[in-house]
Design a protein around this ligand. Structure first.
Ligand SMILES: Nc1nc2c(c(=O)[nH]1)N[C@H]1C(S)=C(S)[C@@H](COP(=O)(O)OP(=O)(O)OC[C@H]3O[C@@H](n4cnc5c(=O)[nH]c(N)nc54)[C@H](O)[C@@H]3O)O[C@H]1N2
Ligand SMILES: Nc1nc2c(c(=O)[nH]1)N[C@H]1C(S)=C(S)[C@@H](COP(=O)(O)OP(=O)(O)OC[C@H]3O[C@@H](n4cnc5c(=O)[nH]c(N)nc54)[C@H](O)[C@@H]3O)O[C@H]1N2
Ligand code: SF4
Ligand SMILES: [Mo]
Length: 721
């Protein structure tokens, strides 16, 4: 028996775990790490099942190659050569723009994904770059990019110090938080109330988070932008503005908000005008306050406008970049911020002409690009840690589209609904065999913190790490072949990083010799050496050695005001009225006259789920069926429904079991995503198949400025099954 410590990679809460393993490497227990200064022993049922997930017998242990519909195991060299031949075939016949790449959510939770995603995308040399971001948080990036000049400058609520938290479209008691890394989010919310603060939750469902709050307000899905405009209107009308940072566009915002009086927006969003006014007054009166909005507001038709207005309210009430308001983390690997001004639409998608944002095209148009013939039609796909057949809008259409590709390679531990279309699957090793550092999540942490977890178990001889898999793919994509040494990629990247650092005035290594610096780096792999370099060049001057000496993590203190370091707008001010957003207000205003009135669909998450891929772990799927359509009992009787119903949308139809509950507002139904398991090698998931909610979501509808998918507020009709 031995004990090991590592960070949980399953959600954004980054909890420290204490593992017990026997001498065969079997994980006998997983507990929260009480000595982690950030998570302080917190753990959820998913983290507690990490051992079971990691040892899932259905995980792929060797590469898989599919020929003539038959799967067989292959050796690693053979698999990489098959990838080389497949990609070369597409490039030679149709050019690089016939390739697409999709990177899924787990890339944000792995060191390999964070370190090799960008080089891989660059090496592929295609503009057809897609990711889970356009099914998730792209509205936030676009709003931050336009307001602050940096799409990654995401302000988070200062959870541990705020006096008032207005939370829209987030349910951290199930999700454990998103774009707000806060282990033990539930405990932090209880502490907020315990110190006399107030929590208000706005959600079409009375969630577990709403139940814990001081107040819960129902809202019609997709209408948060109206509610927020009503708040902005009130702040101006009642002279409650207290801007504490340099801004541009204040008068413009005031003008824009004129039409959105609480009285005008109330019937659209279903929140009474008096409540909207009260929210505005309370936000203005609280000693400190923060507005925080997540998935329910992002994956909606006016996602970017809503995200923009969240920070407009934070600015107008004087809560931007101050303790207790919303603030910016400073990570241990931060190393210079972007210097070019932020723009979107540098190129457009071929078929629908949708603008690029952050170098990506909307996943809602991936099927168009694969199915539509012509110059630049996508014929080859590289997929890393994604399952868009279940996670993207109109998933069944992608399912069909993928089957028409000439070549597809997936880096994924499972043969699932998406990867079954691949020609080659390259499985990463177990979590326990992988090093971990949260390169992508700590920039939205509510406290500055760093923690490195070395691999708990060694790799089997000949088995590549996920870093090596992605490095070899990158080498293949850049034309260096399947047999090129992946270590060369790390050396190239390190060389560029160090050369830039020694030439940067004021850098801790200014004027030093890059070769000597390289020789001084620690790390058992190229990936770890890159992390060591990033830490050493980072703002705290940390190192891999120091993090290894502190296996429970290092607390780097509460967030500090730092807007001047963050801002990258041309004006040097926070832009409250960026033209692209002002333009989209016209779309919002137009809808005010004719709001949708029928039943609309929203999603939901469950504590024991994680998108599509945790349903093969017994302790996480046991109990009653969770893939049900929640519906208000009044709607059940009004529509004369039975135990099941047919749900129809513009995209498709499903038959689903109903779960009548008073916790959902009338006129709204909710179905979780990530279910609908079919044709996979996951035995337990197949027994709990459920239905694919994304059969109903419509890939023709997007949030215009960001291209983000719309999963909430989807018009549906219900009938007897
Ligand atoms: N257990 C679990 N945890 C997860 C995940 C998971 O699948 N399961 N997924 C992870 C991922 S990838 C992410 S991005 C995060 C997401 O984390 P959260 O943003 O907290 O996501 P949800 O739990 O889906 O909460 C969204 C809430 O928005 C509400 N909602 C829907 N439409 C609207 C609307 O129009 N307006 C408002 N105001 N509310 C609305 C829903 O009812 C729901 O309660 O969770 C992460 N953590
Ligand atoms: N209707 C509806 N749809 C939604 C949402 C919603 O709220 N409603 N939420 C959206 C959101 S927020 C997100 S983030 C997306 C997620 O969209 P995706 O990222 O496309 O989907 P996931 O289900 O997270 O699939 C992750 C895949 O990665 C694999 N995987 C797991 N761990 C690893 C690893 O360490 N390495 C590699 N290489 N692969 C790994 C899994 O086997 C799985 O195939 O779904 C979106 N879809
Ligand atoms: S809350 Fe998230 S990070 Fe923490 S144990 Fe659960 S899944 Fe892991
Ligand atoms: Mo997500």
């Amino acid at each position: 028996m031995r004990t090991a410590h590592r960070t949980c990679p399953l959600c954004e809460a980054v909890c420290g775990l204490r593992l017990t393993l026997d001498d065969t490497g079997h994980v006998t227990s997983v507990k929260g790490d009480p000595d982690d200064p950030f998570s302080r022993g917190f753990i959820c049922p998913k983290g507690a099942s990490l051992g079971r997930l990691d040892e899932d017998p259905d995980r792929l242990r060797a590469p898989m190659i599919r020929t003539a519909g038959e799967w067989r195991q292959a050796g690693w060299d053979e698999a990489f050569r098959a990838v080389e031949a497949g990609l070369k075939g597409v490039i030679d016949a149709h050019g690089r723009q016939a390739l697409a790449v999709y990177v899924g959510n787990p890339n944000a939770h792995s060191m390999a994904g964070a370190l090799y995603g960008a080089p891989l995308i660059r090496a592929l040399g295609t503009r057809n770059v897609f990711s889970a971001s356009t099914a998730d948080q792209m509205p936030k990036h676009v709003a931050c990019g336009l307001m602050l000049g940096d799409p990654l400058a995401v302000a988070v609520p200062d959870l541990d110090r705020t006096d008032y938290l207005l939370m829209l479209g987030a349910n951290p008691l199930e999700s454990n938080g998103s774009l707000c890394t806060a282990p033990d989010f539930p405990g932090r919310l209880k502490a907020l109330r315990g110190r006399g603060g107030k929590l208000v939750v706005v959600d079409p469902r009375r969630t577990r988070t709403a139940a814990l709050a001081d107040e819960h307000l129902f809202i019609r899905p997709g209408t948060d932008a109206y509610l927020l405009f009503g708040i902005v209107h009130t702040l101006f009308a009642e002279d409650l503005i207290a801007v504490g940072v340099e801004v541009g566009g204040l008068a413009e915002v005031r003008r824009l908000a004129e039409d959105f009086t609480p009285k005008t927006v109330a019937p659209v969003c279903g929140v009474p005008a008096a409540e909207i006014e009260r929210l505005a007054r309370e936000l203005a009166a609280a000693p400190t306050a923060a507005v925080y909005a997540r998935i329910g507001t992002c994956t909606a038709e006016f996602g970017t406008v809503a995200q923009w207005l969240v920070d407009v309210v934070n600015v107008l009430t004087g809560n931007f970049d101050r303790p207790g308001g919303v603030m910016f983390a400073k990570t241990a690997v931060e190393n210079g911020r972007r210097s070019k001004p932020y723009v979107t639409g540098r190129w457009r998608s071929r078929v629908r002409g949708l603008p690029e944002a952050n170098g990506e095209l909307p996943v809602a148009t991936l099927a168009d690009e694969i199915e539509t013939p012509g110059e630049g039609q996508v014929r080859g796909l590289v997929m890393v840690a994604g399952n868009p057949v279940l996670s993207a809008p109109n998933g069944p259409r992608l399912d069909r589209a993928f089957s028409g590709l000439e070549f597809m390679v997936c880096v994924d531990p499972y043969l699932n609904e998406t990867t079954r279309h691949a020609n080659v699957i390259l499985p990463p090793p177990r979590v326990m065999q992988s090093p971990h550092y949260d390169l992508s999540l700590l920039f939205v942490a509510v406290r500055n913190y760093a923690r490195f977890s070395p691999p708990v178990l060694p790799l089997e001889p000949g088995r590549p790490s996920e870093a090596e898999i992605l490095a070899r793919l990158t080498m293949i994509a850049s034309g260096q072949g399947a047999d090129a040494d992946p270590a060369l990629l790390d050396e190239l990247i390190l060389d560029q990083m160090l050369r830039k650092a020694v030439e940067t005035p004021g850098s801790p290594v200014e004027g030093r010799d890059p070769v000597e610096l390289r020789a001084s780096l620690d790390g058992g792999s190229g990936a770890e050496a890159r992390l060591d370099a990033m830490l050493k060049l980072g703002p705290y001057g940390l190192s891999l050695a120091e993090l290894l000496a502190n296996p429970h993590g290092v607390d780097l203190g509460p967030l500090q005001p730092r807007l001047t370091e963050i801002l990258r707008t041309a004006s040097g001010r926070v832009e409250l009225a960026p033209p692209q957003l002002v333009e989209d207000v016209a779309r919002l205003r137009a809808r005010l006259a004719a709001p949708p009135t029928g039943i609309v669909l929203i999603g939901r998450r469950h504590l024991r789920s994680n998108n599509s891929w945790l349903h093969n772990v017994e302790p996480l799927v046991g109990g009653t069926n969770r893939c049900t359509l929640q519906i208000n009992p009044r709607d059940v009787s009004r529509l004369g429904l039975g135990e099941r119903a047919v749900v129809r949308s513009a995209a498709g139809e499903l038959v689903v079991p109903l779960e009548p509950t008073e916790t959902i507002m009338p006129g709204v139904v909710s179905l979780p995503h990530g279910w609908g398991h079919a044709g996979t090698a996951q035995q337990i998931a197949a027994e709990h198949a459920g239905v694919n909610a994304n059969t109903l979501t419509d890939d023709s509808v997007i949030d215009v400025p960001s291209g983000n998918a719309v999963f909430n507020g989807v018009p549906v009709t219900l009938g007897r099954a």
